[in-house]
Design a protein around this ligand. Structure first.
Ligand SMILES: Nc1ncnc2c1ncn2[C@@H]1O[C@H](COP(=O)(O)OP(=O)(O)O)[C@@H](O)[C@H]1O
Ligand SMILES: [Mg+2]
Length: 301
């Protein structure tokens, strides 16, 4: 469970706040996604929820952040190990540098948690398998591709079984197959009752996987709601986020009355196919949609 209330934060060197009056909650079994342009404050928010901001960064913070009921201002970082897992934006930064193989790297966090040896194997091998890393388990983390390093960074957090998981653009270097593995793993986490905060700019999968989407713009939450609503919002580009192709196509079609009236703009391929299917059926019936109410959405892009 993540609870953030009235939270503002300024870095020690910052001239303006990186986060302003942020408030949201994420419940167990919920996947909340955060989107926003570069510099919007996404990584700062990931740091706040995982306790590194302001504990490690310094700076001035206001407001309350609670994770599993504990006030982070009063909880030392060591008290969060194993409970909150942060997958950092750059996987290279996350590799410990202290271990010589992928398998040992994944074991590293468990050693620190004091997990018994025989339990370690039982935890590590399924994680390697789930993330497609079994074939490179004996390689050095530094010999991996960027995508494999990213999967390794995710694996080394997953294996610790945190109850709150924060991922900062974890799929930026992954191909479609790697991306699918990550979202599958996130689905499993949710089923296990984990609270997931996912920062992501690739929205295609988000639209299907997220329970809620939060938009950050210049440090403030400017929208928050179900993906079908938030990702179809006309202001998305103003907020520095590229809309999905499906939404753009339907918005252009709507301007020419080729998208069904009153149907929300789609954020998934299935919803787009359904809407355009209805239009085709309507045109097949010879109904051109010219029913006197023409123009009421004709100017929309
Ligand atoms: N360690 C830091 N020290 C000072 N300013 C920072 C630091 N990290 C980020 N910032 C600033 O905070 C703002 C938000 O950055 P960040 O959270 O990294 O955004 P995002 O992840 O959305 O791109 C930016 O203006 C950035 O320059
Ligand atoms: Mg970032």
């Amino acid at each position: 469970m993540i609870e953030v209330k009235g939270f503002s934060f300024t870095y020690p060197t910052g001239s303006r706040p990186a986060l302003t009056d942020v408030a949201f909650e994420v419940a167990p079994r919920e996947l909340c996604a955060v989107v926003g342009g570069g510099g919007a404050g996404k990584s700062t928010l990931a740091g706040v929820v995982s306790g590194t901001v302001p504990h490690l960064t310094g700076g001035t913070a206001e407001g309350v952040v609670r994770v599993n009921g504990r006030d982070l201002a009063e909880t030392p970082l060591s008290g969060l190990v194993g409970e909150v897992g942060l997958v950092m934006q750059n996987p290279f930064n996350q590799i410990s540098g202290a271990r010589f193989s992928v398998r040992e790297e994944i074991a590293f966090g468990l050693e620190n948690l004091g997990v018994p040896r025989d339990e370690m194997a039982a935890r590590i091998d399924p994680v390697l398998e789930d993330l497609g890393l079994t074939g490179v388990r004996d390689r050095s983390p530094y010999e991996l591709s960027g995508g494999q390093q990213q999967l390794l960074a995710i694996g080394s957090i997953l294996v610790m079984r945190p109850t709150v998981m924060v991922l900062d653009e974890p799929t930026s270097q992954l191909d479609a197959a790697g991306n699918a593995l990550v979202f599958e793993a996130l689905g499993t986490l949710k089923e296990q009752g984990v609270t997931v905060l996912l920062i992501e700019h690739r929205m295609e999968r988000l639209a299907r996987a997220a329970d809620r989407v939060l938009v950050l713009d210049r440090g403030a939450i400017v929208a928050q709601g179900p993906p079908g609503e938030v990702l179809a919002d006309e202001r998305l580009e103003e907020w520095g986020v590229s809309p999905l192709r499906y939404t753009v196509a339907a918005r252009r079609a709507a301007a020419r009355r080729l998208w069904p009236d009153r149907k929300p703009l789609p954020v998934t391929l299935d919803a787009a196919a359904e809407g355009f299917g209805e239009t085709v059926t309507r045109l097949d019936r010879g109904d051109r949609g010219d029913r006197g109410d023409r123009g009421d959405r004709g100017d929309r892009r």
